[in-house]
Design a protein around this ligand. Structure first.
Ligand code: C2E
Ligand code: MG
Ligand code: MG
Ligand code: MG
Length: 282
């Protein structure tokens, strides 16, 4: 049986087999149950226009509402779910939920200001045959306009540079779905390489945003990425904006969109619908 020891660790009592193997087996089974019992829930975090503070889109971030552990963050189960392949089921469920929820959110807003939704896609899922038709089907069933859906992939996926990945990106672009590079700057991709790829947005990793107002290196990197991205026709999002000082610096550097606790934490759908249309609220 599973027993919680400490905050973020999973531990099981399992006799002879190695604790790691045991943990994997147990967690794998629990994730399977979680998928069947619909224990996953999607939280949403707004992305705001850097200049006006208007909410432009939202990022879907999965949580596991575990019957005994409470809300479990994605970093505690996604790495294993990627190893077992279960991430595909989780991602599919999140994608579907996010599209339907965004249609509901937009029904509560003026028609002239629909918000888009960004969904994280695991490399395991993105590279899979059939991914594209899955996206098409979800769009059709939910009625979400393709240009309101954005898929977030990491540099690793793109750098693998296989024809398959580029084909997939081109197919998505053909139907109007947007693609963003998540956690930009933590991998090894160069903007000159990215220039060849059909992508729309770059999301600067939080590690470059933190203390940008006190850290000259970070400020220089952020300024450089923004300038180059704009030359390539890409929008730039700053992740993890927590303070007014960071916000002001990012605006000065010409960043397009801001996301972070300064504006809102990730929150459940009903709370998101109740958010003001401009953030931070005064
Ligand atoms: P990510 O896509 O880079 O998402 C941003 C993470 O930063 C989120 O963590 C968010 O809660 C956190 N964050 C946002 N603003 C701030 C801030 O101002 N300060 C700080 N300290 N943190 C901030 P979260 O929700 O724990 O998600 C972690 C990662 O798990 C995500 O990173 C993403 O890579 C992955 N993930 C989440 N949902 C999914 C999903 O449905 N599918 C897949 N494949 N991965 C997901
Ligand atoms: Mg993301
Ligand atoms: Mg990110
Ligand atoms: Mg991240």
């Amino acid at each position: 049986e599973a027993k919680l020891q400490g905050r973020n660790t999973w531990q099981w009592y399992c006799g002879d087999i190695s604790p790691q193997t045991c943990e994997h087996i147990a967690l794998r089974r629990e994730i399977l149950e979680a998928i069947e019992d619909q224990q996953f829930v999607v939280y949403y975090q707004p992305l705001v226009d850097a200049r006006t503070g208007e909410v432009r889109s939202l990022e879907a971030l999965v949580r596991w509402n575990h019957p005994s552990r409470g809300i479990v963050p994605p970093n505690d189960f996604i790495p294993l779910a990627e190893q077992t392949g279960q991430i595909i089921n989780i991602d599919q469920w999140v994608l579907r939920q996010a599209c339907f929820d965004t249609v509901a959110i937009n029904a509560s807003r003026p028609v002239s200001q629909p918000v888009g939704v960004a969904v994280n896609i695991s490399p395991v899922h993105f590279r899979r045959v059939g991914f594209f038709s899955e996206v098409q089907q979800v769009l059709e069933e939910s009625g979400l306009a393709p240009y309101l859906l954005e898929l977030e992939v990491t540099e690793g996926v793109l750098m693998s540079g296989t024809e398959k990945v580029i084909e997939q990106l081109a197919a998505l672009r053909n139907i109007g779905v947007l693609v963003a590079i998540d956690d930009f700057g933590t991998g090894f991709s160069s903007l000159s390489y990215l220039r060849q790829l059909p992508i729309n947005k770059v999301k600067l990793d939080r590690s470059f945003i933190q203390n940008i107002d006190h850290n000259r290196d970070n400020a220089a990197i952020v300024q450089g990425v923004i300038t180059m991205a704009h030359h390539l026709g890409l929008q730039v999002v700053a992740e993890g904006v927590e303070t007014l000082a960071e916000q002001e610096d990012l605006i000065r550097h010409g960043c397009d969109l801001l996301q972070g606790f300064r504006f809102s934490r990730p929150i459940p759908l009903p709370q998101f619908i109740a958010l003001p249309t401009r953030l931070p609220a005064e």
